[in-house]
Design a protein around this ligand. Structure first.
Ligand code: PLP
Length: 447
């Protein structure tokens, strides 16, 4: 939408003339001009306020313009705006310490990157060098980033156009009872059969060829699917049995999103590598990384790690991470995410499902929720096709936006993923708007 405000119009005009946007046919774009934010809210060029239930791309875990994080970036810019990775720097050292402090026992080192995709690339590089094997197994219904190996490990349609040169990835089905690939009818059946399927995949791919299994602890973009109890422990056992490195991608699920520091905390397992980005510093300055288990780190004690990035552990990003993690501790942000998921989002979204026939399933935990929208609850036919869009879904997004609420959407799903420090009142304000907007989806219900 072209703003009414002249400065906003200029921003819009220059964007359309010169900015090449992600994932899009450029002519079809119509970006919203955003000029400010505060906490759970954003402001457009005409001063209209929006409640941000998307956390942008699910990363502003402490909300917009958190004063402590902004101040830490300002102070660091005034002290030392940049330094090469080979030097030691106080903020980088502190960030690595704070991150490993909240990671599972026995994971004591961090390799810093500039974002999620690079964290996956480097975790896979470590796994390949550690095992001397090349193949990587990953799940359908996953997103791991847009670089060479990360996009080919991805299990959504964005991979299809990116398979220029094979990256050595093989896909398997994870557990997802609502749309079970295994004809399961209970969580236990789904868990058992998904593990049996994975074991067979490993056997037939050749255990001695597989460097890593990479999976999102709780798959995010593909639909917020918390795995059944026992699944991740089963994957851990298979990895141990076959000498495969277990990589848990916590780029989206980490740093409070699920109501725990890391989603693995819910399942009592320790992976070999954890990838992170987004919430580590709420995305105020680009940062990602790999948290490395001691055994894997030891591989590179004597042998050089053949990877690096000019901005690895950039002091502005590291200062933002230190301030974010400290603020999360001081303000009980992780606890807030857990509580609001249990007391507000869980019950309220399930009640919404009773009122709206188009909601086939409600899934999630913490501040990480998805509504699976269907044309018919009996057939579970999606309200928009896999990889595509439909007016019934874009209509919900449009109605919500008009009423001042920004949502996250993929295909037939709407995700409710606000900042982890959202208040009860804000959460309820957004849910009331969503409740009305869902009437657009109900109108397309055919069941
Ligand atoms: N891994 C997961 C689970 C993600 O959700 C994302 C981004 O959405 C990525 C990796 C890629 O991160 P980035 O876009 O920072 O490269």
């Amino acid at each position: 939408p072209i703003p009414e405000n002249p400065a906003g119009q200029e921003t819009y005009r220059l964007d359309r003339a010169h900015v090449f946007h992600s994932w899009s046919a450029q002519k079809a774009l119509d970006p919203m001009v955003i000029t400010g934010g505060e906490g759970s809210y954003l402001f457009d060029a005409d001063g209209k306020r929006y409640l941000d239930f998307s956390s942008q791309l699910v990363y502003t875990n402490v909300g917009h313009q958190h004063p402590k994080v902004v101040k830490a970036i300002q102070d660091q810019a005034a002290t030392l705006a940049t330094i090469a990775p080979a030097h030691a720097n106080d903020k980088r050292s502190k960030a690595a310490k704070l991150i490993t402090d909240v990671a599972p026992e026995g994971m004591n080192k961090v390799f810093f990157t500039n974002g999620g995709a690079e964290s996956i690339e480097n975790a896979i590089r470590m796994a390949r060098l550690h095992t001397g094997r090349t193949k990587v197994m990953s799940q359908y219904r996953s997103y791991h980033g847009a670089t060479h190996t990360a996009i080919q490990a991805t299990g959504d349609p964005r991979r299809w156009a990116n398979e220029f040169v094979p990256a050595g990835t093989v896909h398997f089905f994870g557990p997802f009872l609502y749309r079970s690939a295994f004809n399961a009818t209970t969580a236990q059946e789904e868990c058992d059969r998904a593990l049996e399927h994975l074991e067979q995949m490993i056997t037939f791919e050749g255990p001695g060829t597989i460097a890593a299994i990479v999976l999102e602890t709780v798959p995010g973009t593909s639909g917020v699917m918390p795995p059944p109890e026992g699944y991740l422990a089963g994957v851990r056992e298979l990895c141990d049995r076959f000498g495969i490195v277990m990589i848990c991608d916590e780029v989206m699920a980490g740093f409070g999103r699920t109501g725990a520091w890391f989603a693995v905390d819910h399942y009592g397992i320790t992976p070999d590598l954890i990838t992170f980005a987004k919430g580590v510093n709420s995305g105020y300055v680009p940062m990602g990384g790999v948290i490395i288990r001691d055994e894997i780190a030891a591989t590179f004690d004597e042998r050089a790690f053949p990877g690096g990035l000019t901005y690895s552990g950039h002091p502005l990003a590291a200062a933002a991470a230190v301030a974010t993690i400290e603020a999360m501790h001081e303000e009980g942000v992780v606890e807030n995410a857990a509580r609001i998921g249990a007391e507000v989002f869980g019950p309220e979204l399930r009640a919404m499902q009773e009122r709206h026939p188009s909601i086939g399933e409600v899934r999630g935990l913490g501040v990480f929720w998805a509504l699976d929208l269907v044309k018919d609850r009996a057939t579970k036919e999606e309200l928009a096709p896999y990889g595509g869009a439909a007016p019934a879904v874009t209509g919900v997004l449009g109605a919500a936006k008009k009423a001042g609420l920004l949502l996250f959407n993929q295909y037939h799903r709407i995700h409710i993923v606000p900042p982890c420090n959202i208040s009860d009142a804000e959460a309820r304000e957004g849910l009331a708007i969503l409740d009305e907007a869902l009437e657009v989806a109900d109108a397309a219900y055919e069941g």
